[in-house]
Ligand binder design. Sequence first.
Ligand SMILES: NC(=O)c1ccc[n+]([C@@H]2O[C@H](COP(=O)([O-])OP(=O)(O)OC[C@H]3O[C@@H](n4cnc5c(N)ncnc54)[C@H](O)[C@@H]3O)[C@@H](O)[C@H]2O)c1
Ligand SMILES: [Fe+2]
Length: 378
Amino acid sequence: MSEPVLSMARPITLLQPARLEIGAGAVTRLAEWAAAYQRAFVVAMAPTVGFVDRIGLTGAVETFIDLPPEPDLPAVEAVLAAARAFKPDLVIGLGGGSVMDVAKLVAVLWDSEQSVPDVVGVGKVQGRRTALAQVPTTSGTGSEAGIRSLVTNPATLAKMAVESQFMLADIAILDPELTYSVPAAVTAATGVDALAHCVEAFTNIKAHPLIDGYATLGIELVGRYLARAVKDGTDTEARAGMMLASYYGGVCLGPVNTAGGHALAYPLGTRLKLPHGLANAIIFPHVLAFNATARPEKTATIMAALGLSAGADETSVRAAAHGYCRDLGVEMSLSRHGAKAEDLPLFAEEAFAIKRLIDNNPRPLELADIQAIFTSAL
Ligand SMILES: NC(=O)c1ccc[n+]([C@@H]2O[C@H](COP(=O)([O-])OP(=O)(O)OC[C@H]3O[C@@H](n4cnc5c(N)ncnc54)[C@H](O)[C@@H]3O)[C@@H](O)[C@H]2O)c1
Ligand SMILES: [Fe+2]
């Protein structure tokens, strides 16, 4: 199988926030921009609420912190109710992907007739009148860069995806100082999520040369800095590098998106209740290896950027990438996270059903392949 050469046959659209403020201490730049607004509704979580004062907002501020990680529909509705009572003209997401995804929905829905279920899918949101600022405090999802939001369906525990250009931030602030407090385990898992966004877009059937550029920059940054950020959370250079890697990964998600890795990670989130980053970190080496023969040159580029020396075959790629994730401190065995052999056929069926991602994979993933990957990850 030969790898595609540079092709612009498929047209893409790249949207990014209108304004980016990047740098250590950049969070203070938000106040200047936000001065045009009178009522700011801040979505945060307990570990990030302390950052609100650092922004230095001058108008009325309401901060909502009672948000669980990977929020479900009732959790989002509680935030919407608080926003409706407050009537903001500016919504600020100040947290990880869980917070930023909710801030997007609040900005488009608080003063709308539409509900969350009404807007699940692509392009269903009718519009937005409220300004939106995104301030990531983890380096993983890159949600600040993009137009998607994921909400857990409480009935099925599956993620519902909302995609709309109206959920794009007016301003995003990349301030690595806000990530110093992220615990090592969360740094590792979210960092591999950022890596997976770049890698899955880079090796994607829909890969595009422009996005390949962002993807390779992101992968190189992860190779240089993730281990350092896990080892020492106050390593400012490493935290800054990971914040950029996460943003680049977010840019990759819009025009190209992920593939098999994220599809296989989803059932681990729903069935084993693993956080998004952790589920992706466990799956990452297996899908990278599975795809190695379909994308040999790109796989070699990825391995070199991560500082891993391995042969080009599936087994050596898997062993090297698995060791990389394990050395970051990620518990890579699914059985250690509560999975049993008899659960795997169900996981495999659920992953296989996520056609929008499975169909992006460079090497066709059949049900039996997915089952084999889960067995190997057990
Ligand atoms: N919109 C997208 O394109 C996109 C992409 C990938 C994932 N997601 C979604 O994002 C969510 C996951 O986001 P995440 O991986 O950033 O995790 P998260 O937002 O759930 O945060 C993980 C944990 O870290 C804590 N935390 C956050 N910032 C902290 C800080 N500075 N210091 C200490 N603790 C901190 C949080 O309170 C939480 O307990 C999932 O719901 C996932 O589905 C969205
Ligand atoms: Fe992800």
